[in-house]
Structure formats: C-alpha cells, structure tokens
Ligand binder design. Structure first.
Ligand code: MG
Length: 279
C-alpha cells in the first residue's frame, strides 16, 4: 500500500460489494486512501486476500478497518444506548469475538489500525458495565497489539473528559480515538473544537463529517448529519485546530446519506471542500 501524505484526504467507505470495484468507486472521488467499514453481518472468511490484492492493484491505502456489529441502530439516543457498540451486555461476548475477527482480517489485509463505536460509556467508573467493558477493551487492545495495530474508539456519544478517563482506565498504549466532530454535535456532548484540546494526545484518526445540534426540548432526539460544510462543525476551524495540535494523519470524509447518489455527490463535494481548505 502507498504511504500516506500529511493530511491526505480519504473517504470512509463500506465493504460488501466486489473489493476492486468498491475501491475504484472510492478513487473516483479523487482520493488514494480511506477507512474500510465492515458491516456486522458480512462474512469475512477469505475476504482479506481479495481486499489486499485489490488495494495493491489500485495503489490504494486502507488506513483503518472499522468494525460495525449486527443489530446496531442509530435511530435516536435511547436506541443507540440499547444497541450500539460494546456497552449493551447481551451482545458483548459476540461483539468481542467479531472485533477480534476484524483485527485478524485487518492484519491479513495489512492495515495497522482498527476502530469501532464503543457506545455510551457510563459516566460513573463504579458502574458494573464500566469495569466489564474496560476489561473487554483491554483484551481487544492486547489482541490488536500482536498485529502491531492501534485500536481507535469513535468519539461522540460521551463528553471528551469521560472518554479520556475511560481510555486512561483501560491503560493500553495502542488505544486512542477516531475523532468525529459531527458526532459530538449530533449527540449534544460538547464543542468538538474544545474537545480536541482534551483528547489531542489520544488522536489516531479523524472523520470529516458535519451535522446539526439535537433539537431543543426533545432529549432523545439526535441532531441530523449534513453534507460537509453545511452543519455546525465549522470545517475551517476544525482543520486549523487539527494543524495546531500537530495532527498529520488522513482527513476521512464520512457521509451516510440514505440516497446512494446523494451520498456520492456529497462525498465528492466534501473532498473538494477539504482540498480548498487544506490549501
Ligand atoms: Mg464517524
């Protein structure tokens, strides 16, 4: 795989179709790198070799394998709490296995980082879920370390200081974050630019995504994802802050619009916006 340049623009994309065709579609946005999302129900048997060959043939850099899980639902805040990530107790064992499997898959493709949404980390370290999930994340980190991988937790479902304390409680050097500024806004968990000051030492990768704050007066509702530059993040501020704290990794455009054509158009626009802002 080719090396990444400083602040290289990439795209968050998903496995499912033919790997080579998928990478060609991502390259059509004008990028040479990206983060590969692996849906929870995707059979990974034998898939790594195909992805490795496709990336090599297309001279494409996959920087992260993102692990999603069967049964996750992002409809509103209570549904996210019940279904997303490593926090819900009833799916913890199955999702631990899936994450280890994703780490093995990433290693076979030649990818040096894995990532996931952990879900809502409890604010109180005395909560029984806190200790259990801490142990689970330690196990994932130790497994990933054998493959010389980092493990990134996606930000947004808790304030920056809660996430930082949790990472310190896990106590593994290869654990960090995939910073998503839009999530912090959409979940109403804090100003993402200020959060970067708190979390800068743990920054492994970033999503460039935009969104609006949750509607006032409805505590269970999420804000709405927007095309890059059309939400409340302020991409110019975000990039300036990333530079200020010395971040040099990829800028991964993430857009999950339901209409696939709209999604493609928005990603293309997002890549162009970042090219302009990055200079
Ligand atoms: Mg994200």
């Amino acid at each position: 795989m080719p090396d990444l340049k400083d602040l290289e623009i990439g795209v968050m994309f998903w496995a499912g179709g033919d790997p080579r065709t998928t990478i060609q579609e991502v390259k059509s946005f004008g990028v040479q790198c990206g983060q590969l999302g692996v849906p929870g129900d995707l059979d990974l048997t034998g898939a790594a070799e195909q992805w490795k060959q496709a990336a090599a043939a297309e001279d494409f850099h996959i920087s992260t394998v993102f692990c999603a899980y069967r049964g996750e639902n992002y409809a509103d805040i209570p549904t996210v709490q019940k279904t997303v990530g490593l926090i819900p107790p009833e799916t913890r064992k199955e999702r631990l296995q899936r994450t280890l499997e994703a780490s093995d898959f990433a290693a076979d493709v030649g990818v040096k980082s894995i990532a996931t949404h952990i879900g809502f980390v409890p604010h109180n370290p005395a909560h029984p879920d806190y200790k259990d999930v801490c142990r689970m994340v330690q196990e994932i980190c130790d497994h990933a370390a054998q493959h010389h991988q980092t493990f990134a937790l996606e930000t947004g479902q808790e304030p920056a200081d809660v996430l930082l304390k949790f990472i310190e409680a896990v106590g593994r050097p290869n654990l960090g974050i995939n910073f998503d500024p839009a999530n912090m806004i959409m979940y109403g968990t804090g100003d993402p630019i200020l959060a970067l000051d708190v979390l800068s030492g743990k920054l492994l990768s970033v999503h460039c995504k935009d969104g609006t704050w949750p509607p006032k007066g409805s505590p269970s509702a999420l804000g709405v994802e927007q095309p890059l530059g059309c939400g409340a993040v302020g991409m110019q501020l975000f990039l300036a802050k990333l530079r200020q704290i010395g971040y040099r990794g990829a800028l991964n455009v993430e857009r999950e619009a339901e209409d696939p054509e709209q999604r493609k158009a928005d990603i293309r626009m997002g890549v162009q916006l970042l090219e302009q802002l990055r200079g």
